[in-house]
Design a protein around this ligand. Structure first.
Ligand SMILES: [Zn+2]
Length: 395
């Protein structure tokens, strides 16, 4: 149950909103049950058959609420799922954005079952972001109940490949965003205080490959040009591009190279994760990466990659959506915070093309992508209320 102070009864708006909160509190167990059903259908990004099972299940559930489901077929990932809901007026639809893929390989449930403990629901993908999908469902159902149909059209778009870069869904996400009044992203909230996300860093990756000259380490050491040695120097050079103050970071997270200890390495590779705070940092960083020169002239460098998701910057449109969210939260005496985070989501794409976007409207919990991934059950009712209110008041 909510531990919040009861709203002031003298204020009619507050009374309405606390009644609405009760509506969702009465449905809390049903929301949990729905999330559990979603979690118990495993849907790793890299397994099309499993993802398609999840997609089909979701399509059925949203269609039962009166939505019109449409699959965007893709060969490499599960089909992306769009569900359109008509509204009372023909204003531009609100885009509710999420993903049904998870980072967990098939079979994870055996060791990491979906379970209730200490007021939390645990399981693979429960926070990122199957609870977010359930919130969409219950918010739409509530609005239909309160208004005898949605007050405005809504499009739900659930992608199958967000955790692996959204290559199959990105264009569709951007096209739907352009047709929408604004985008609400049901990714997890920031931290246990449940802040919504008004800024996200841009994300990219680079692969730097060094080709050296192999030689026998004992017989011909002078003839070799070690790709590993060159790579080590390049990593040091690249790490100087870091600028924490400006929110630009690089992490050489994976290295590979060499064949055996008695051979001067012919090849070595580093994979670098890159985060940027502002779109304008992308080009400058890319120039720096591509102008890296070998220290050892006999080695050759190849640079691949780039920024995949531009930053979601806190534009005026984003700030305006946050203020709407705050106003709704105020009605139930909830102080809703905002946060800027380092991780990217598909919200980066929609904000990147200038469409007002509010992210982090989904579940509140801990351990996304980790064995202890969980959500706080007590937070579900007011998250559903916030989403319903946002759909209603979006202009
Ligand atoms: Zn996610």
């Amino acid at each position: 149950m909510s531990k919040k102070k009861p709203a002031r009864t003298a204020d009619p708006a507050s009374t309405l909103w606390s009644e609405r909160l009760h509506y969702f509190e009465d449905r809390r167990d049903a929301i949990v049950q729905t999330i559990r059903e979603f979690v118990e259908i495993e849907s790793p990004s890299d397994n099309k058959a499993a993802g398609d099972r999840m997609g089909a299940f979701l399509a059925g559930i949203f269609e039962a609420l009166g939505g019109r489901a449409h699959f965007h077929r893709t060969a490499d990932f599960a089909d992306n799922l769009q569900i359109d809901f008509p509204g009372h007026d023909d204003a531009k639809p609100v885009l509710l954005l999420g993903h049904f893929d998870t980072v967990y390989p098939l079979g994870t449930l055996a060791n990491m079952p979906c379970r209730l403990a200490d007021g939390r629901l645990h399981g693979p993908g429960v926070l990122d972001m199957k609870s977010g999908i359930a919130l969409m469902l219950f918010a739409i159902e509530a609005l239909q109940t309160w208004h005898k149909g949605l007050p405005r059209p809504a499009t739900v778009f659930l992608v199958s490949d967000e955790e692996v870069g959204s290559s199959s869904s990105r264009k569709i996400t951007e096209a739907l965003a352009r047709e929408s009044a604004g985008v609400l992203v049901l990714e997890p909230a920031a931290g246990l205080r449940g802040a919504v996300k008004t800024a996200r860093k841009g994300v990219g990756d680079y692969t730097l490959t060094v080709k050296g000259v192999a030689a026998h380490a004992g017989l011909d050491p002078g003839k070799g040009h070690s790709a590993i040695l060159e790579l080590a120097r390049q990593i040091t050079a690249v790490s100087k591009f870091n600028n924490l103050k400006q929110g630009l970071t690089l992490n050489p997270g994976v290295i590979r190279g060499g064949t055996r200890t008695n051979v001067v390495a012919a090849e070595a590779v580093v994979e670098i994760d890159v985060r940027i705070k502002q779109a304008k940092q992308a080009a400058a960083l890319d120039r720096k990466m591509r102008s890296l020169k070998p220290f050892d002239k006999h080695c050759k460098l190849t640079i691949e990659g780039g920024i995949n998701r531009m930053p979601m910057e806190r534009t005026a449109g984003v700030a305006a959506l946050y203020r709407k969210a705050q106003t709704i939260a105020d009605h139930i005496a909830w102080k809703l915070d905002e946060a800027a985070v380092g991780g990217g989501s598909d919200g980066n794409f929609t904000a990147g093309i200038g469409i007002p976007t509010l992210d982090g409207l989904g579940g509140v919990g801990e351990g996304a992508h980790a064995v202890h991934e969980n959500i706080l059950i007590s937070e579900l009712p007011r998250r559903a209320l916030l989403l319903a209110g946002m759909i209603e008041t979006m202009s």
